[in-house]
Design a binder for this molecule. Structure first.
Ligand code: DC
Length: 223
């Protein structure tokens, strides 16, 4: 059997998982899989349907027959919702909020679990999310729990928005991040937590290059 080379990278919102995983994937020849984007596509469907996203029963019913798939265009992951490329619509604050809620529902998680597991069978993947090391890929060859203080995460997000010329409040961003942490860490199914065999990387005082180098060093010490 082929050696399992999958890498799981979990952690709270804004810890830099996707930025780091993308750079690592390029350097180490991996395919980057963003599982949050798949949850976001389901949230977008719920928003568009105008159903009450807090109503678990209703949401479970309406998402039963939807299809979420991913593909790659020029090396970038594209998420399809019933065949439509929805990448441009899934990064709004509203989608973030609704995603965090609907990701607590069994029906949502069951819908995506086998898709995510199958991807790791077909390809050498670095997959980021909240429950990859604990639930989706428990046999991953390397597990990283990437975190940072809520202040550091809010500061990064604040700077990003200011650079884009968007008006925003640091306190609001921090509150939003802490609310998503609370929701992601306290749900009953597959909550965000560090897997027993995951390596903790706290990036609060680290730059992007330093985190990628840390990850590369850990990886190289294992291959
Ligand atoms: O990583 P992200 O910010 O795109 O994730 C959006 C939401 O999706 C996040 O609040 C938690 C949820 N999520 C999850 O529950 N499990 C995953 N594997 C990935 C994301």
């Amino acid at each position: 059997m082929k050696k399992n080379m999958s890498i799981a990278i979990d952690g709270p919102a804004g810890a830099g998982k996707s930025t780091i995983a993308k750079l690592f994937a390029k350097e180490a020849g991996y395919i980057y899989v963003d599982t949050g984007a798949m949850y976001r596509a389901i949230a977008l469907f719920v928003i568009r349907s105008e159903a009450d996203y807090e109503d678990e029963e209703k949401v479970s019913e309406i998402i039963k027959d939807i299809e979420v798939t991913i593909d790659y265009k020029d090396g970038v992951q594209v998420v399809y919702l019933n065949g439509e490329d929805v990448n441009a619509f899934i990064r709004t604050p509203e989608v973030s909020r609704v995603t965090s809620k609907i990701a607590t529902y069994t029906a949502t998680r069951e819908k995506l679990l086998s898709l995510q597991r199958n991807l790791s069978v077909e390809k050498k993947v670095i997959m980021d999310g909240r429950d990859i090391g604990t639930n989706v890929l428990p046999d991953a060859f390397l597990k990283i729990y990437l975190t940072a203080s809520s202040d550091a995460r809010a500061e990064r997000r604040y700077k990003e928005l200011i650079e884009k010329g968007e008006e925003c409040s640091f306190d609001e961003i921090k509150k939003d991040i802490e609310e998503r942490d609370r929701q992601d860490m306290n749900r009953t199914i597959a909550p965000l937590k560090q897997a027993d065999d995951a390596i903790l990387v706290d990036s609060s005082d680290m730059g992007i290059d330093e985190v990628v180098k840390t990850l590369m060093d850990i990886y190289n010490s294992k291959v």
